[in-house]
Design a protein around this ligand. Structure first.
Ligand SMILES: Cc1cc2nc3c(=O)[nH]c(=O)nc-3n(C[C@H](O)[C@H](O)[C@H](O)COP(=O)(O)OP(=O)(O)OC[C@H]3O[C@@H](n4cnc5c(N)ncnc54)[C@H](O)[C@@H]3O)c2cc1C
Length: 182
């Protein structure tokens, strides 16, 4: 039952981001696909990090600051690099990318990312074998282009085709309330 449930959950497509942290010469990055928007006011996001995660330790207390680099379709190799446990520790792990420090968190903002956010941790909760980190988005720079997507255990370039708004759902024209019995 559990393997089937896991396989089912893998059908959830999600964006991919590199989280970054910096304190002077001490810096770290980690790839995640668990970023989700939580609240509009205040603007909050959530991230799930494995309990053994080094990044989780760095942002494990309220007030900690970090950046989120939402990756574009052409940044799959970056996603692999910041997920590789063999990457070196410290600022040197960013030698392979062009970056600038975020004015809010000081963390690396990676050139070419689809969007960049500066965040401050509000709460950290243990959730199974992960920590659920809720953070306020304090700064943001949106970019353009297709996203990098994680789906069914693989990365995909999100070459998106928008659907016409009114035709996106077969019941939309009938003004039927969402979730109504049919
Ligand atoms: C597309 C994609 C999406 C991903 N999404 C997520 C996500 O949402 N959340 C997430 O947590 N990870 C995710 N990962 C995996 C993550 O990128 C890697 O595990 C990365 O190394 C995490 O960096 P870190 O600094 O947080 O943890 P690291 O310090 O690199 O540790 C990674 C994992 O290895 C284990 N580990 C570390 N050191 C040791 C040790 N000495 N002995 C035994 N075990 C050890 C820990 O359990 C830890 O969870 C994703 C990877 C990819 C490619």
């Amino acid at each position: 039952m559990i393997p089937q449930a896991r396989a089912a959950l893998r059908k959830l497509a999600s964006g991919v981001a590199v989280l970054t942290y910096r304190d002077g010469e001490h810096a770290h990055g980690a790839t995640v696909s668990s970023v989700s928007a939580v609240s509009r006011d205040p603007l909050l996001l959530a991230i799930c990090l494995g309990t053994g995660s080094r990044f989780g330790e760095l942002v494990g207390t309220p007030g900690a600051r970090f950046a989120v680099n939402i990756l574009g379709a052409g940044q799959a190799r970056l996603a692999g690099w910041f997920a590789d446990p063999r990457r070196p520790l410290g600022l040197v792990q960013f030698d392979c990318v062009d970056w600038l420090p975020d004015g809010f968190s000081g963390a690396p903002l990676i050139d070419g990312s689809l969007a960049r956010l500066g965040c401050e941790v509000r709460s950290v909760t243990l959730a199974g074998d992960h920590h659920l980190v809720v953070a306020e988005v304090v700064t943001g720079v949106p970019g353009d282009g297709p996203p990098l997507l994680s789906f069914a255990g693989q990365l995909h370039d999100g070459d998106l085709r928008s659907l016409p708004e009114r035709q996106a759902h077969p019941y939309a024209l009938e003004e039927e309330p969402m979730g109504a019995a049919r």
